[in-house]
Write a protein that binds this ligand. Structure first.
Ligand code: NAD
Length: 427
């Protein structure tokens, strides 16, 4: 099948590369020409394990890039909208980019005679595909739904493991208005060993939000329990290990720590809150999930102050800037509010991340970035562990370089040493 992928960010580039690997011919479309140049040169515009190999293999063969919507639509049978859906100022979903992409697709579809399916892969609140995307495409293409197909196919990949997740999904959800469009989208995944859930677009949209909201709820719940355990001198990890043995609960996402970040959980929970409120419902649990998450990074600084007192002119090593390990993505990273608070308190921040130094330097130009954990720790008065990078687990003699051997672990990463003051965030 011939596929066009609109938007070459994390989801678009990974989907494009994986569809090419599954044997499809793929055209990537982005308004950012530098990303298109990179794709055509076989270079990933973002870091994702295994992506460079796939792009190198398929670029110029099964995979190409363009900024020309018309070319992409004319030379494909199906288009996936993979553009960003950020939070607006009130937390509600911002659909401007999806609308712009829909208008460009509709316009490109105008002169096309053959059947074409448009699939929304971006995470959008229920009713968006039917009430926002479809009318825009009808308006610009001057065609009616049925002349072209419309479907919603949410993406569940995890950054850092995105290629693996795309090729080994535990679910594929396809919501379509009619069977013809849904069948075509389903056929694209025939090379994968996974049951396909077929439904309508608004249910597919909701499945994505409920999935992320539930995982975020598990994290905030675990953090709240962890905060209570800490005060009672109970190891929350021991508690959750036992609790997770209940098959109704399961062992995953019960790890307490500095909270969740990334481009999805915070924005998706807020978007669902916004959607619920727009229909007159007050989502109490979802609001609490966000509140707990927003307070959690502040607890790191609170523990630090308890140990050090005034932070003015204290050198604080921050290990980990990415929102999670194995990615350079810093969107909504919990390190951001922590660094902000450290700077507000007059501390000097000495940071290190294996991949995200450069991205974070666009937010904080006034902190020191180091090329190793050892450099960041040199003469530090304390160290805060913010991201669960594997290499941090192996740190040992590097802590000897600290002026004051104090570690506040926000990710339950390190094994306490006898000569080091180790403070766990929730344990
Ligand atoms: P991103 O911001 O990394 O990438 C979006 C891309 O769209 C950018 O390259 C941008 O230049 C391009 N773009 C913007 N306007 C455009 C236009 N009019 N036409 C063509 N391209 C345009 O976004 P992302 O992280 O890949 O997320 C995309 C969507 O997928 C979002 O809705 C997100 O919530 C969802 N999602 C993301 C993840 C994830 O882990 N990142 C996982 C599942 C779902």
């Amino acid at each position: 099948m011939r596929i066009s992928v609109i938007g070459t960010g994390y989801v678009g580039t990974v989907s494009a590369a994986c569809f090419a690997q599954l044997g499809h011919e793929v055209i990537c479309v982005d308004i950012d020409k530098s990303k298109i140049d990179m794709i055509n040169a076989g270079i990933p515009p973002i870091y994702e394990e295994g992506l460079a190999e796939l792009l190198e293999k398929h670029a110029g063969k099964k995979l190409s890039g363009t900024s020309d919507y018309r070319y992409a639509v004319m030379n494909s049978d199906v288009s996936f909208i993979c553009v960003g859906t950020p939070s607006g100022p009130s937390g509600n979903i911002e659909l401007g980019i999806v609308k712009a992409a829909s208008a460009s697709l509709g316009d490109a579809l105008k002169d096309k005679k053959d059947y074409h399916v448009i699939v929304v892969k971006s995470t959008v609140v229920p009713e968006t595909t039917e009430k926002v995307v479809l009318p825009i495409i009808e308006k610009y293409s001057k065609k009616r739904s049925g002349d072209f197909g419309i479907a919603m196919n949410p993406e569940f990949l995890r950054e850092g493991k995105a290629i693996y997740d795309f090729m080994h999904p535990d679910k594929i959800v396809i919501g379509s208005l009619d069977k013809k469009a849904g069948d075509l989208v389903a056929s694209l995944y025939s090379g994968l060993d996974c049951e396909i859930t077929r439904t309508n677009p608004r249910t597919a949209e909701m499945i994505k939000y409920v999935n992320n909201a539930f995982l975020a709820t598990k994290i905030s719940f675990s953090n709240e329990i962890g905060n209570i355990c800490k005060q009672l001198d109970i190891n929350t990890y021991e508690v959750m290990k036992a609790v997770g043995k209940d098959f109704r609960i399961g062992p995953h996402f019960l790890n307490s720590g500095a909270g969740f970040g990334g481009s999805c959980f915070p924005k998706d929970v807020k978007a669902l809150i916004g959607k619920a409120k727009s229909i007159g419902y007050e989502p109490l649990i979802l609001e609490s999930v966000i509140k707990v998450n927003e307070k959690q990074p502040g607890r790191m600084v609170l523990l630090l102050k308890k140990e050090l007192g005034d932070l003015k002119c204290k050198k604080i090593a921050v290990l980990g800037l990415a929102f999670k390990n194995d990615t350079d993505d810093i969107r909504e990273s919990r390190a951001i509010p922590v660094i902000n608070e450290l700077l507000d308190n007059g501390a000097e921040v000495s940071a290190y991340d294996p991949m995200a130094n450069e991205n974070m330097s666009r937010i904080f130009g006034n902190i020191k970035y180091n090329s190793s954990a050892a450099d960041a720790l040199k003469e530090a008065d304390a160290c805060l562990v913010m991201t669960e990078w594997d290499e941090f687990k192996k740190l040992n003699k590097e802590f000897d370089m600290m002026e004051n051997k104090l570690i506040i672990d926000g990710r339950h990463m390190l094994t306490p040493r006898k000569d080091t003051k180790y403070v766990g965030l929730c344990w």
